[in-house]
Design a protein around this ligand. Structure first.
Ligand code: 5GP
Length: 207
């Protein structure tokens, strides 16, 4: 019924498990795709160019920025990140829902100039739980964990800007909650193809 895809912005602090939630969601829904961002940060082991990100230089990123090629872009942790505008537009036109997994500054920019965006903030049940998860990874030292917790706190303070807040207490449940949001949003009258209701009315016998 909805002929155009929906633009869905998803943010959440590091350790909120948003990456896992997104991959589960994409496995379950063939109407939804993830936008691949461009970044100037170095690839991490196992990351593939064109799959996880399009990795690029600061110079090329800035060139694209000046050409207006990004739907939004932001600097995070000393690196640039941006959402290529034309890819997103094409996917929406094809009828796909497009997920942007982006940090809060970029998300707020999209919300500021697009009234049709659906925004979802993924959160953890408590700061204690977040600390436990970050320490559980065993990959970061004390100082890095403290700094990540401070960033998470700042990000959580922006949750009020989002349409929906999804608590990731259990991955399964969090994915289910996002599915519920997508299903409900697809039923909004404003999103429906006008021809659909017109088609139904055409079959009503008038008195
Ligand atoms: P990471 O370097 O850990 O992959 O990502 C760091 C942060 O940048 C994450 O919060 C991620 O969601 C965000 N991010 C990834 N791509 C984009 C993008 O295109 N734009 C913005 N604004 N943030 C992004």
């Amino acid at each position: 019924m909805a002929n155009k895809g929906m633009l869905i912005v998803l943010s959440g602090p590091s350790g909120s498990g948003k990456g896992t939630i997104v991959s589960r969601l994409l496995q379950e829904r063939d109407d939804t795709v993830l936008s691949i961002s461009m970044t100037t940060r170095d690839p991490r082991p196992g990351e593939v160019d064109g799959v996880h990100y399009f990795f690029t230089s600061r110079e090329d990123f800035e060139k694209m920025q000046s050409l207006g090629a990004f739907l939004e872009s932001a600097e995070y942790n000393g690196n640039y990140y941006g959402t290529p505008e034309s890819t997103v537009r094409n996917l929406l036109d094809e009828g796909k829902n497009v997920l942007l997994e982006i940090e809060v500054q970029g998300a707020e920019k999209v919300m500021d100039f697009r009234s049709d965006v659906i925004s979802i903030f993924i959160t953890i049940p408590s700061m204690e739980e977040l600390e436990r998860r970050l320490r559980g990874r065993g990959t970061e030292d004390d100082e890095t964990i403290r700094s990540r917790l401070a960033v998470a706190k700042r990000e959580l303070q922006r949750a009020f800007r989002y349409d929906y807040v999804v608590i990731n207490d259990e991955v399964e449940k969090a994915v289910q909650r996002i599915n519920t949001i997508i299903e409900a949003e697809q039923m909004r009258f404003a999103r429906m193809d006008n021809d659909y209701i017109r088609g139904v009315l055409d079959h009503v016998e008038t008195e």
